[in-house]
Design a protein around this ligand. Structure first.
Ligand code: PLP
Length: 407
């Protein structure tokens, strides 16, 4: 008799992030549109990119596609851990300029940080204690619940600690950190990350560091990679992505770094790297050769500059939005070194009340902070990965501004 996967069943019968977004958030917006057909809606809920990919990257993808159409240049399956040229480019053009030396064998190409992160938890025992930031990007939690882990503790990220948690008070085995952070917009300084690295080395724990938004860091004192911290290659795995930095959210491309010097209880140097290689070869047969061709192009110095301009475009969106919302007397965090703005409701308001109020008074749609964890209650996340025109329209709409303050 076939039985259900009880871990999946538990997620299925509870409300996942995606379910709440689909069944409650989108429905509320649709109902609002029907009852207010004359009102403009400014969709700032999705953490998805909107700006086109640099022309040189598109050229490289088209070239790779053309090659697939000719007998002499056709290629089929590639290496499941990624095109060697791409892994070299990640090491050489992304990490090396930050003073970080990584070998291509330590870099595993994925079809995005989402599946990269999901695959990484397979390295660790089901009885491990997992520490998650609260609020948190939901898939880290969901991946661990799906795997069957139940020992989960939360590290609170609140206004008082600038949305950077303290190191765990007790011993934990795996710590997920995401900086620049989705959803709070927080960033961690070198000193703050060093405290986590020291903790991990002391307790023989592992840090899984999500650096998906690294390109949004403009402040030189904020590390873009955990490996900028001494000792991190002994205790940290890092996840990167081309989604937000080069507009690959639909193309799908990312990477995971599992350094050879990373060890945990009863492993020797290189063992975890090899274990990850094996698990990747079972689970995943490589990212699309077209997106990998695009990724190689995106990492060329010329395209990196263009990609950075796109990131700067989003950062300017964030500046405009934050300035505009602050003028409405809303308390906003994030938006610098990060594309997310974390809006705080007035004392006692729930996240859904902040959501409703902003929608009714300004037409802006965000994601209620409570969907990211209990410490997100009372906040709303706004994404600035949209079009400038929308940001400006939303902010320049003076009648909207007046209405907000009047009612
Ligand atoms: N990590 C964080 C913090 C994210 O916000 C996202 C996407 O929004 C991802 C990972 C997934 O990125 P990818 O598109 O590379 O799968």
């Amino acid at each position: 008799m076939t039985t259900k996967n009880q871990n999946l069943n538990k997620l299925f019968t509870s409300d996942t992030f995606a379910d709440i977004v689909r069944n409650k958030l989108i429905k509320t917006v649709e109902d609002y549109k029907k009852s207010h057909p004359q009102k403009e809606i400014y969709m700032m809920a999705w953490g998805d990119t909107t700006h086109p990919i640099p022309a040189k990257v598109v050229e490289a993808i088209v070239d790779a596609a053309t090659k697939l159409g000719h007998q002499s240049t056709y290629t089929g399956y590639g290496e499941f851990d990624g095109n060697i040229k791409l892994r070299e480019a990640i090491g050489h053009n992304y990490y090396k300029p930050r003073g970080i030396e990584l070998q291509p064998e330590e870099i595993f190409v994925s079809d995005g940080a989402q599946s990269g992160t999901f695959g990484l938890q397979e390295l660790f025992g089901l009885d491990n204690v997992i520490a998650l930031q609260d609020p948190i990007y939901p898939p880290y939690l969901e991946a661990n619940l799906l795997a069957g882990r139940s020992k989960i503790i939360y590290l609170e990220c609140q206004e008082e600690n600038n949305f950077v948690p303290d190191i765990p008070k007790s011993k934990v085995d795996v710590i997920y950190l995401c900086f620049p952070n989705n959803p709070t917009g927080g960033v961690a300084t070198k000193e703050q990350l060093k405290a986590f690295v020291d903790y991990a080395i002391h307790h023989k724990s592992i840090i899984i560091f999500d650096a998906v938004y690294s390109a949004f860091i403009t402040d030189n004192n904020i590390p873009r990679s955990i490996y900028e911290i001494e000792g991190a290659t002994e205790c940290a795995i890092e996840v990167g992505s081309f989604s937000k930095t080069a507009g690959f959210s639909g193309l799908r491309l990312g990477w995971s770094v599992v350094p050879v010097s990373l060890t945990i209880e009863s492993t020797v140097a290189g063992e975890l790297t090899e274990m990850f290689r094996i698990s990747q070869s079972i689970r995943f047969w490589g990212a699309s050769n077209l997106s990998q061709a695009g990724g190689i192009a995106a990492l060329s110095p010329e395209c990196q500059q263009e990609c950075q301009e796109i990131v700067n475009y989003y950062l300017e969106n964030a500046r405009i939005l934050k300035e505009g919302l602050s003028a409405l007397d809303l308390t906003c965090f994030g938006g610098t070194n990060n594309p997310y703005i974390w809006v705080k409701g007035t004392e006692g308001m729930s996240s859904w009340e902040v959501f409703d109020e902003l929608l009714l008074k300004t037409g802006i749609v965000g994601i209620p902070g409570s969907l990211f964890g209990s410490s997100g209650e009372g906040f709303l996340r706004l994404s600035t990965l949209g079009n400038r025109e929308d940001m400006e329209k939303a902010m320049n709409n003076l009648s909207v501004k007046r209405n907000y303050n009047r009612t």
